[in-house]
Every structure is written in C-alpha cells, then in structure tokens.
Design a protein around this ligand. Sequence first.
Ligand code: HEC
Ligand code: HEC
Length: 292
Amino acid sequence: MNRFAGGMALLLCWALGGTAVADAVSRGAYLVRAAGCIACHTDAKGGGPVLAGGRALKTPFGIFYSPNITPHPKMGIGSWSDGNFLAALGHGIRPDGSNYFPVFPYPSYAAMRAEDALAIKAYLFAQAPVARQNKAHDVAPPFSWRWTVRFWKWLFFRPGPWRDQAHQDARWNRGGYLVHAVAHCGECHTPRNFLGAMKSSRFLAGTRDGPEGGIVANITPDPKTGIGGWSTADIVQVMRDGTKPDYDNVQGSMAEAIRDGLAYLTDDDLNAIAHYLRTVPAIENSLQRQPK
Ligand code: HEC
Ligand code: HEC
C-alpha cells in the first residue's frame, strides 16, 4: 500500500469510527429517556443539574438518594469502564464488587441488551461532567447493609437479557423488551412482597403502595379493574401526554415518567408497548380506596 492509500484508509477508519460513536450517542439519548434515568438521577425539586443525582427516593425501608452519573472523574462515573457499567446495570454490582440496592431498578435493566446499555453509557459520557458530591442514603440497618443484598439477589434476582419469542411478531417483541427491560413499567405497576421484590405472578396488577406511597393503577387487560376496556390508541395517548380516555390526567410519578421519558418515544415504540400490554395476563385487582 502506498502512503496515500494508507492515509486514506486511516482517514476512512477515523470517519467511520466517529460515525459509530455519534450513532451510539444519539441512540443513547433516546434510551436514556425511555429508561427514565433522567427523572431518577436529577434532583429536579432542589434545582439540581441534570443527571448529577441527589434525588430523594422514599421507600418503606428509608430514603435513598440517587448518585451523580455525569462523567465527572471523582464525583460521577467518569472513570468507569464499559465493564463497570454493564456490571452495574446488568448485575447490580459496584466497581468495588459490592451490591447495589434494588431501588436502582437493575432487576429490570438486567434484561437490557448490552449494546443498548453501552449506547446509554456513550450518551452519558458525552455530557458535561458535574462536580456534585453524592449524598449518603438515609436508611436504617439492616436495610442499609449492602451485604444483605446478596441474599436478596439469591432469592429474587434472575439476571439475563430479554429473549424475543419466535412465535410472536416484531411489534410484540419490541413492546415486551421496552415494558420489561427499558421502560421498566413493572417497577412501579407490580406489587412487591415484604422484602421489596416484585411479585412476578402479579405482573402489572397495580398496588396501593407505589413509589410515593400512592396508588399505582392496574394496567393488565382486566376489563373491570384494569385497562381491558382501553384501545391501543387510548394507551398510546396516556403515554404521550398523560390524558386518559375519560379526559382525566395521570398524576405523580406517572406524570413524571411521561414528561421526562415516555413523551419522547416514537409512535412505533408507543404502539409496540400498548400492543404488548394488551397481551399480558389479565389480573383482577381493585385499588379503590377503602371507605373509612
Ligand atoms: C427509580 C430510580 C432510578 C432509576 C429509574 C435509575 N436509577 Fe440509577 N440509581 C438509583 C439509585 C437509588 C442508585 C444508588 C443505589 C445504591 O446506592 O445501591 C443508582 C445507581 C446508579 C449507578 C451507580 C453509580 C455509582 O456511583 O455507583 C449508575 C451507573 C446508574 N444508577 C445508572 C442509571 C442509568 C443509566 C439509568 C437508566 C437506564 C438509571 N440509573 C435509572 C436510582 C435510579
Ligand atoms: C415511576 C413509576 C411508574 C412507571 C415507571 C410507570 N408508571 Fe404508569 N403509572 C404510575 C402511577 C403512580 C400511575 C397512577 C397515576 C394516577 O393515578 O394519576 C400510573 C398510571 C398509568 C396508566 C393509567 C391507568 C389508569 O387506569 O388510570 C397507564 C396506562 C400506565 N400508567 C402505563 C404505564 C406503562 C405502559 C409504563 C411503562 C412504559 C408505566 N406506566 C410506567 C407510575 C408509573
């Protein structure tokens, strides 16, 4: 190869490499929204910078504070390798080998494809680093002990990517992937046991003990207590702007999940989610407040 051809080849590699990175960043920008990372990792109430953490998450076990996930080398995750990132999202494991608390919804993200997780990392690393110190969780023992998570994981955590089902079409499989892995609808809509694990047999059946102690709707296709009476278009509409078929608006954490995430999804993806939801097992679960 002469020098000119060598130079051209190098230039071509550089250009292609650059395109691949730009492509990952833009796919990551989309996925970061779909996955709700921004809502949870931004202290919007306290006026904190985007993705720099500090948002309080109230749980029955105490208050957790999301960490800074900007690429700041010391206060964020700027020094992390791809392997560190995949271990965190896919297995709930910290760079030092200890465990994350499952309030970080890795039990759902574990089903995300590695290429999608790495696109999210590419996006995060393309943002400006923010110097903001992480805040310690306000949780009492034994729930503050990270080593106890080992037993929790042994009991409840089944990692592994979402697997497309050959007898279903592409829309159903895309919807299932988004519902289970990326948009993690079950983390809020599935009731939990006394150790905070999702009851998989009650998938999406709703709960009275939602993220802010509020009611989270039953979104299984049960005609009486779920959304069995909604059309696919009705379900798409609520995810796009929060409007329900009765013209009421969703509130609280759902309104936030829409504003910072679901509202940005393509029509195809919202349709896929709605289509998939109509095929999950219908579960009767009335969440009306009991009269006092
Ligand atoms: C429901 C709130 C919530 C959502 C949604 C969420 N996280 Fe987190 N995340 C947390 C909490 C809380 C922790 C800290 C857990 C701990 O201390 O064990 C955490 C920890 C992390 C960490 C480890 C940081 C460190 O310094 O060790 C990374 C990386 C991370 N999240 C990335 C993400 C990404 C990427 C997304 C979106 C795909 C996301 N998170 C979505 C709440 C959330
Ligand atoms: C952060 C928690 C959270 C996540 C994540 C979440 N939801 Fe919700 N969702 C809620 C809450 C809380 C309500 C009840 C809002 C209200 O009553 O105003 C709700 C309400 C709804 C409703 C309206 C049901 C009705 O009968 O009024 C639909 C439909 C819905 N969610 C679908 C979804 C889908 C699909 C996903 C995943 C793509 C999802 N949600 C993810 C918290 C969440």
